[in-house]
Ligand binder design. Sequence first.
Ligand code: N01
Length: 546
Amino acid sequence: MAVKEQNATGQSRDTETAGGLDFDAVIVGAGFAGLYMLHRLRSAGLKTQVFEAGDGVGGTWYWNLYPGARCDVPSMEYSYQFDPELQQEWEWTERYASQGEILKYLEHVADRYNLRPDIKFNTRVGAARYDDLSNSWIVETENGDNVKSRFFIMATGCLSVPYTPNIEGLNDFEGVVCHTGNWPKEGIDAVGKRVGVIGTGSSGIQVAPMLAEDAEHMFVFQRTPAYSVPSQNRPLDAEEQNTIKARYEEFRAEAKRNRAGIMYELGQKSALDCDKEELKREYEIRWEIGGLGFTAAFKDIFDDVDANNTAAEFVREKIRSIVRNPAVAEALTPHTLIGCKRLCVSAGYFETFNRSNVTLVDLRKEAIERITKTGIVVGGKEIPLDVIVLATGFDAITGALLRVRIHGKGGIELKQKWADGPKTYLGHSIAGFPNMFAITGPGSPSVLSNLVPSIEQDVNWIGDCIDYMNLHGHQVIEATSEAEAGWVAHVNKVANKTIYPLEDSWYVGTNIPGKPRVFLPYIGFPDYVGRCTEVADRGYTGYSLT
Ligand code: N01
């Protein structure tokens, strides 16, 4: 079949795909992962098609349009590094980029590399099936596309399937209801309205302070109090930016040596070896710096419950000192481990509860009974509302992979294979699902790392793997069941050396009713990179290549 292919400079030429295929590769999703995967494969001469459900690029940053949406990884790090020119030319304006700025960046990337012609927008992939006879994938979209491709790559993101709890009466509400992860483009007018925010994770703590400024009254419905540290966001001046850019490669390499692949200074001492003054001094410094580096203050915060509690207690004290009403402060104070459920990074969240137009509704005392046409009923009383914001999270990491009906070799369904929890080799490969990859899938560092370098790591690995196959005349690659079982055991062993799995959260799937409790990400970006590199350097050990 004759097709148009574009080289790295954007010029087109005709090319052929072998064996009656429509594409060499189909990619699902046009966020950070899908865009770079497309660029990488197209540069290698593969005829590649991206299907994207939205009408624009951006993924997470396309859908999460709620006021206050902002990244919690510094903007100088939350960006691609595959092209030194791109990273030199793009100017970030703030220490932590807003949703709007990240979306602009991704739109720039799509245009700079002329990616849009190979992305089909408004097109959701519904199913994909491996055809054993032709060793290819048949991919179906909800718009009726039915295409055949050699490779099938899921670039569907870790937090892209919004979770809406099954609260009685939700559909009866006659006001406005919206989920933070699916915010309307035209926005929501909260001016003079009675607004209810359900959920106090990262999304809830970002959106609440913004809506409180407009609302006549805002009610925050809290089931589990959250730890939050200040972002200390500020404008980025040219000098600061240029200092990093002058040694960008070195700066990136340094960040990748940290467990999360993010630049922070990891304390070398145990929190348990410090007296109260020393603990307070160090935590105070970290609080002032702002951001996720707070929990890097001591080396054992994620290894030891008592060490963790020193950091938790510092934040509890902060909440008590910020929130003026002691009863409200107490209700906002978490007594869980800190950071084992994602630490929130916010601007003025606890301060919001000092406003006279904000009320905390503590659902640990009385749960939501139901939603009516006009409000939310708690403790037998209706709280009248005009707007309900669901900041209730996502079916994380596996949700987007299982939303597509994927059948592998011999017709086995991914959902069935993962009924007791996901199983992968290296986070991106699955036994029984040849020539398929899941970028930042379960068992990869993904959400416990800076996602952009994690995405680049996976994309580069997959791209190199395909180059290797083409060079050596291999048609099909598949992870072996033994390698997969070994990887799953390794991921669990690493996690169980830490205290992360002790807490319930979306990291272990407990936020979704019925989801198996499995620790989903792999802890340790540098170790992950080392292991993936070793597998490739040894000729793709743990895979069968035919
Ligand atoms: O979701 P969450 P999120 N009744 O799952 C509550 C990333 N992110 O969208 O804890 C009442 O953390 C639920 O309560 P509980 C980041 O990685 C990053 O906020 O289950 N409440 C919880 O409070 C983050 O971790 C950024 O008891 C209900 C909340 O909803 C991840 O996305 C910004 C309920 C869900 O919190 C997810 O964050 C935003 C019910 N029936 C997101 N059901 C930044 O970069 C659920 N809840 C800063």
